[in-house]
Ligand binder design. Structure first.
Ligand code: HEC
Length: 156
């Protein structure tokens, strides 16, 4: 009797092990299914497209008040920041004599309205390492108004 016991024990263990092995496999399958639904498109924070907004130049003048601390629209005038004369469609880092950050200088950006719109939301996000110490205007309409004002006032 004693001689048969280990065989019985091994057989039971083997069957149990087989059962245990097949279980995680099916669990993996379930997990894969679940994670593929989790990566479905995230609709929580869709950014507002510049093209969908209409800028109001008059409202934009007030928004420029903060920029004026560091920027002039006059071609000859450099302040803390470079002048913003004809800024729309101007290549980034191109005011002669102004010492830009390496980040902005090498960004390859051309200041289309879209790019200015993106930069002003959060300068450090579009150009990590920029030395423009301005937190940004989160309100998309305010940025669109400001761009309209820049275009109407020597900024384009
Ligand atoms: C505290 C000062 C400060 C404020 C406020 C500020 N800027 Fe700037 N801005 C800078 C500096 C400094 C740079 C140069 C950044 C660099 O070299 O990385 C710059 C760069 C820029 C550039 C890129 C210019 C170029 O020649 O490539 C644009 C466009 C710009 N600012 C627009 C604005 C606008 C519009 C506002 C207002 C919403 C504003 N900035 C507010 C300091 C400021």
């Amino acid at each position: 009797m004693i001689r048969f016991r280990p065989v019985l024990f091994l057989t039971t263990t083997a069957l149990f092990a087989l059962g245990a092995c097949s279980k995680p496999a099916s669990e993996d399958g379930d997990k894969a299914g679940a994670s593929s639904t989790e990566t479905a498109p995230d609709t929580a924070s869709t950014p507002v497209a510049y093209a969908s907004l209409k800028g109001d130049a008059a409202a934009g003048e007030a928004a420029f008040a903060q920029c004026k601390v560091c920027h002039s629209l006059e071609e000859s005038k450099t302040m803390i920041g470079p002048n913003l004369h004809k800024i729309i469609d101007r290549p980034a880092g191109s005011v002669p004599g102004y010492v830009y950050s390496a980040a902005l200088k090498s960004s390859g950006i051309v200041w289309s309205e879209d790019k200015v719109f993106a930069y002003l939301e959060k300068p450090q996000a579009l150009v990590p390492g920029t030395k423009m110490s301005f937190a940004g205007y989160p309100d998309p309409q305010k940025r669109a108004d400001l761009i309209a004002w820049l275009k109407a006032n020597g900024g384009s």
